[in-house]
Design a protein around this ligand. Structure first.
Ligand SMILES: [Zn+2]
Length: 318
């Protein structure tokens, strides 16, 4: 087997990111714990392949155990919306960057939560047992020489590390939230603007969001899954992709990245706004001059995009 060189170019990381669940050569769908191979062909072309196709690699950068993503990726053309006050829109244009808020600063205190505190004892017992077994049964060729109390002590420490790791992850995770829908939403106008008369909504798509952020393989974009936390837990690796059922109306798609150094409560991430913004809608409560104002500010920042009145102000007939 080839030695791994760990040479991970952006092209190679992007290839593996975009084709995550299948071999780019034979289309084989990876199953959990399969090995995926990242590397380069004879002519230095990046490759992301299965065991069977790994003979095509002249150089192996890394091998991974395949893990399915903890979230669903929407269709490229899925429509995503963001409702905001006009001031936030102006800030978006003037910065040319998308604001990612740090997960521990959200109003929803369950961001990144594994479950309800009252159900924690069951979670702890499950992981304690898991850690005890792992310590008692080290990989082949090793033997566990620890006493019963030493095993218990180590298992307890691993459990504490798991918990503090979870808390820390909230300070390292940055999120941009979107609403997935084919249509404009009356409720979202009210929920996501503090002054609805001056609110705007931008519409993008999964593909445009991904492209506008530079097709960055470090930014994951996917759907939130809403779970019943009275009965279930979010898994260790998917806590930022799970929310309580009470938030289901948000139909959230989020972009997430981790940053281990940033101490701020949010991070501006450069974004090509001409790619991101497919259309701008002004609030159904906005005065008639508001469309002109939004067009004006778009011109100022060279944003070429259609600005439309809300679809909710169409007139009925009876
Ligand atoms: Zn293959």
């Amino acid at each position: 087997m080839q030695k791994m060189t760990h040479r991970l170019t952006t092209e190679l990381r992007r290839l593996a990111f975009e084709h995550h669940d299948h071999c780019v050569s034979c289309n084989y769908k990876f199953k959990e714990a399969d090995t995926s191979h990242l590397g380069y062909s004879q002519n230095d072309k990046p490759l992301y392949v299965c065991d069977h196709c790994s003979a095509q690699l002249k150089e192996t950068a890394v091998r991974h155990y395949f893990m399915p993503r903890p979230y669903e990726v929407p269709d490229p053309s899925s429509k995503l919306w963001r409702y905001m006050d006009f001031t936030k829109y102006a800030a978006l244009l003037s910065s040319g960057a998308l604001y990612f808020a740090r997960a521990d600063c959200f109003e929803d205190t369950f961001e990144g939560a594994k479950g309800l505190r009252r159900n924690k004892a069951r979670w702890d017992e499950h992981y304690l047992q898991f850690f005890r077994e792992a310590i008692k049964n080290p990989p082949e060729g090793h033997e566990c020489e620890l006493s019963k109390s030493e095993i218990e002590e180590q298992a307890q420490k691993l459990l504490r590390d798991l918990e503090s790791g979870g808390e820390l992850q909230r300070k390292r995770t940055f999120v941009s939230c979107w609403h997935e829908s084919e249509h404009e939403s009356e409720a979202m106008w009210r929920l996501y603007s503090s002054f609805i008369d001056n609110a705007v909504a931008i519409r993008t798509s999964y593909q445009s969001l991904y492209t506008a952020l530079g097709r960055n393989p470090s930014i994951n974009i996917g759907r939130i899954e809403y779970i019943d936390m009275k009965r279930n837990y979010a898994g260790v690796n998917d806590a930022f992709w799970r929310k309580r059922k009470s938030f289901e109306h948000e139909r959230e798609v989020r972009a997430i990245f981790s940053d281990f150094e940033c101490q701020k409560t949010g991070k501006l991430t450069p974004c090509d706004l001409n790619v991101l913004i497919e259309e701008v809608f002004v609030s159904p409560r906005a005065p008639s001059w508001f469309v002109a104002l939004v067009n004006d500010i778009n011109d100022k920042y060279s944003i070429k995009v259609k600005v439309s009145p809300s679809e909710l102000v169409e007139e009925p007939f009876f």
